[in-house]
Ligand binder design. Structure first.
Ligand code: DX5
Ligand code: ZN
Length: 230
């Protein structure tokens, strides 16, 4: 897959108007809704659950919903989010006692499995898992909060994972999450990412359409063929 997907993180949206915010950002050209689930246990923050995912589907959202589970344990919420209309479901391997089982469960329930690597998670976590994944999500901040600064060493990590995915002929998406902005998205794409979470950069801007268009034009400059294919 060589097209680029932009996935606004609704963590930075106005929760009092969430349905309208999601409609607006999709209307402004976003591809995927990134849905951050935090449990005040695996990460020190508390956000939204399956009821909100279901409410977005009932609101008419038909775009892919990319559920990023920052919870421990994970399996029960996998079931709940699959029933609530999730498209991708990704989780942190440190938070599951049986990573292979959790990946299999996501697939079994008809969703696309993803594994999330924290900044300090070694690449070895992909050793026996990559073939079963549709998504590898690289955290370029420590999980828990929006609006943090991009960790520069994430670029090297993305490049190493991209090489590994290419060697394994993996067709999974390589998604990056944390601190992605207009001014670094081209470098992140050059490192090999093809799916870009951006929370504060999009929802913190006054014109979602202009911000997403600026991101796409950076992506086009980085890789003319791929950006046009969306
Ligand atoms: C952090 C979340 C991110 C966050 C990204 O734990 O997983 O998705 O919302 O926000 P920005 O783009 O503001 O860094
Ligand atoms: Zn996220």
């Amino acid at each position: 897959m060589n097209d680029y997907l932009i996935a606004p993180s609704i963590l930075s949206a106005d929760f009092a108007r969430l349905g309208d915010e999601v409609t607006a950002v999709l209307g402004a050209g976003a591809d995927v809704v990134h849905f951050d689930v935090m449990d005040n246990h695996y990460v020190p923050n508390l956000t939204i659950g399956p009821l909100v995912c279901e409410a977005l589907r009932n609101h008419g959202v038909s775009a892919p919903i990319d559920v990023h589970l920052m919870v421990r344990p994970v399996d029960r919420l996998i079931r709940d989010f699959a029933a609530a209309g999730a498209t991708y479901i990704s989780f942190h391997p440190e938070a599951s006692d049986h990573v292979d089982r959790s990946i299999g469960l996501i697939r079994e329930l008809g969703c696309r499995p993803g594994l999330v690597l924290n900044p300090a998670t070694p690449l070895q976590v992909l050793d026996h898992t990559l073939a079963g994944l549709d998504l590898v999500l690289v955290m370029s901040v420590n999980p828990g909060f929006g609006g943090q600064a991009f960790i520069p060493s994430s670029l090297e990590k993305l490049a190493a994972i991209r090489r590994r995915m290419d060697d394994a002929k993996s067709s999974a998406r390589l998604e990056v999450d944390g601190g992605v902005k207009i001014d670094n998205i081209a470098a992140v794409a050059a490192a090999g990412a093809d799916m870009f979470v951006a929370g504060s950069a999009i929802f913190g801007s006054s014109d979602y359409k202009a911000t997403i268009a600026a991101m796409r034009s950076e992506l086009t400059a980085a890789n003319p063929g791929a950006a046009a294919a969306v």
